[in-house]
Design a protein around this ligand. Structure first.
Ligand code: FAD
Length: 396
């Protein structure tokens, strides 16, 4: 018997055999989330995207809560306590359906819940986390302002003391889940530096008008937050977060999910291109039989599975408590950039059909334009890596 006949067969869905790295529980999480997305998102998402809405978001949030997908890798207070790899696999499967659904989960779990879990008081955790884990309360995370995105240290939203209370004034922009949130984690300047506040959205002076006319992440709620003299009790402040380190560590957690999620959007686009290339005929044969198409498919597969392997590697480091923020920047920079490249190439394989919502490719490509910008733009991650490599700070 030759050596090659003992080898496992080549699997186009997993050409590097990365699934060998997964435990049975990891596969179970992945399959559960994949089935949920196939059932509850994929049949409808093109229509949601076309209409620019995410109807039934509250119901979807509860279902995601029942799956254990909200605050998935957090421990206690109703959170699933899953591994970082399992959380990543869930992000990949959700984003293979649509980046908007993955964004809902990332903002809820990795930004709003993570902030409360890591920096909140025991009372804040008890009050919010179980309901957020169940999807009964949706959370949002307000860091970006109209005039301050990449440079949040310059934020203008201000929290002043009035007796024992805090009073917040300012505006936040581009806030995912804002208009549907029951609680907002808002970062504001105080006389003692930047601090985080847990803001119930029914407080007088708080409003969250939805931002319309987006051509990306259309099946996702994005809002402005207006804070007009919002009065909060003294214990609304997150006690353990001081300075910009607080929000930045939340962002690092969420970016980790994006490293995986982007590969989901890429996988869906690659699969659409592969299937199309096998069945679409021109010049008397399937276009997948032409060398130029095969070069595209091979290059897409290489970047897709390198990206998945990278995500696994970072996941294992996170589970071992050894993942540095620069490594997350490495992953986000590479995987989102490569995912967009895969979508663009996939679109060319589909020809004119590539621009149709009948196929998922253009939807993923346009979604990824937001993913490229939020949670730190490409340039910010290049600067993070540039600083780590050279020891020289080029941010300003
Ligand atoms: C759909 C969507 C959802 C979002 N959800 C949230 C959310 O839930 N919460 C939240 O707080 N924010 C959210 N954001 C905001 C997002 O994080 C910001 O858009 C992002 O940080 C970039 O900020 P900006 O858009 O103000 O761009 P700017 O900071 O104005 O940057 C514009 C361009 O200049 C470049 N640039 C800036 N500084 C430098 C420099 N020093 N060197 C080189 N280039 C530089 C940037 O890389 C970018 O290319 C969301 C954005 C989108 C699109």
């Amino acid at each position: 018997m030759s050596a090659s006949s003992k080898l496992p067969p080549f699997d186009p869905a997993d050409p590097l055999g990365v699934d060998d790295l997964l435990e049975p529980e990891d596969l179970a999480v992945r399959d559960t989330v994949r089935r949920w997305a196939a059932d509850r998102v994929l049949p409808y998402v093109a229509e949601w995207y076309e209409k620019g809405e995410l109807p039934g978001i509250r119901e979807l949030a509860k279902e995601l809560g029942a799956l254990g997908a909200l605050g998935m890798s957090l421990e206690g207070h109703g959170c699933a306590g899953a591994s970082a790899v399992q959380y990543g696999l869930a992000c990949l499967e959700l984003e293979a359906a649509d980046s908007g659904i993955r964004s809902l989960v990332s903002v809820q779990g990795s930004l709003a819940m993570y902030a409360i879990h890591r920096f909140g008081s025991e009372e804040q955790k008890r009050e919010w986390l179980p309901r957020m884990a169940a999807g009964e309360v949706i959370g949002c995370f307000g860091l970006t302002e109209p005039d301050h995105g990449s440079d949040p240290a310059s934020m203008r939203t201000y929290a002043r003391r009035d007796g024992a209370d805090w009073v917040l004034d300012g505006r936040k922009m581009w806030i995912t889940n804002g208009s549907v949130a029951g609680v907002a984690v808002v970062w504001a300047r105080t006389d003692d530096g930047i601090r985080g506040f847990v803001v119930p959205t029914d407080r007088p002076g708080f409003s969250a008008p939805e931002i319309r006319h987006k051509w990306s992440l259309r099946a996702s709620v994005t809002s402005e937050l207006v804070l007009d003299g919002v009065r909060l009790p003294a214990d609304a402040m997150l006690p353990e977060a001081t300075g910009l380190k607080g929000p930045l560590s939340c962002l690092s957690h969420a970016r980790y999910g994006i490293v995986w999620g982007a590969m989901g959007a890429a996988r869906a686009s690659f699969e659409a291109a592969l299937e199309y290339a096998r069945s679409r005929e021109q010049f008397g044969r399937a276009i997948g039989g032409f060398q130029l198409t095969q070069a595209k498919l091979a290059d897409m597969a290489v970047e897709l599975h390198k990206g998945i392997l990278l995500a696994h590697h970072l996941g294992r480091r996170m589970d071992a408590g050894r993942l540095r923020p620069e490594q997350v920047s490495f992953g986000k920079l590479n995987n989102v950039r490569e995912a967009i490249g895969i979508c663009r190439t996939a679109r060319t394989v589909l020809g004119a059909n590539g621009i149709s919502l009948e196929y998922p490719v253009m939807r993923h490509a346009t979604n990824l334009e937001s993913v490229l910008t939020y949670e730190g733009t490409v340039e910010m991650h290049q600067l993070v890596l540039g600083k780590a490599l050279t020891g020289l700070d080029a941010f300003r």
